[in-house]
Design a protein around this ligand. Structure first.
Ligand code: ZN
Length: 234
């Protein structure tokens, strides 16, 4: 997930990110092949983020069930964190680097202006590695804000999401965790978990809210989306 900049700047597409993505045949890899693919990525050390249109972003990723050896799993998660930081972003799902496994990394340490942080309930999120994540809405409260995606850079759109979720996931050590998230943390958790089900935020966004980052910065970076909602009529 992209961090939704409040300043009128946004990183250009990373050098090399227009390189062809991983082969679509990865949709049906066996364990040996996926271990080999991860080893290749780890040897490369840096990888482009898969962009919308690649089928790996549209399939349900496989449950993580020990397909990788311990070193490869740890290495892959570290690589994902590095790619997320470099982008920069606040979350990255394994399919976004071409690995169709239910793994994601989340971290939000961006400094955000106080009125924005307050309106969006945006609190820092410590680095988190999640395997086989799930969530369900906790209550009926929802929140609508702009969000972006590293697989569709340069744009943002408003997604109305449950404000609070009950989450379940596993750690790399194999521990099962149940946790509650709210506000922006819940948004990040939902966005990345959705990726693992082949869902991109645009599927859930108000189509009329779609903005280039430049237009967002010019017009709609207020703490809430009310002005955008009235003017863009979504
Ligand atoms: Zn995303």
């Amino acid at each position: 997930m992209a961090p939704v900049p409040v300043q009128p700047l946004y990183p250009a597409v990373r050098a090399g990110s227009e390189a062809p993505g991983p082969d679509a045949t990865l949709a049906d890899v066996n364990n040996t092949e996926i271990q080999g693919r991860v080893d290749e990525l780890l040897a490369l050390g840096d990888v482009p983020i898969v962009q919308v249109g690649h089928p790996v972003l549209r399939r349900t990723a496989d449950r993580y069930d020990g397909q990788l050896n311990e070193a490869a799993l740890k290495g892959l998660l570290l690589l994902m964190r590095r790619v997320m930081h470099a982008a920069p972003g606040v979350g990255l799902a394994a399919p976004q680097i071409g690995i169709p496994l239910q793994l994601a990394v989340l971290e939000d340490q961006f400094s955000v202006a106080a009125p924005v942080a307050e309106a969006r309930s945006r609190e820092p999120l410590d680095y988190l590695e999640v395997l086989n994540p799930r969530y369900e809405a906790d209550g009926t409260e929802s929140a609508a804000f702009f969000e972006g995606c590293l697989s569709f850079p340069g744009y943002q759109a408003v997604v109305d999401r449950p404000f609070r979720v009950r989450a379940a996931y596993e750690t790399p050590d194999g521990n099962a965790v149940r946790a509650g998230f709210s506000g922006w943390q819940a948004r990040i958790f939902q966005h990345e978990t959705d990726h693992l089900a082949g869902t991109i935020y645009l599927d859930k966004a108000y189509p009329r809210s779609l903005c280039s980052n430049a237009e967002y910065a010019l017009h709609w970076s207020q703490p809430t989306v009310e002005r955008a909602r009235a003017a863009l009529r979504f």
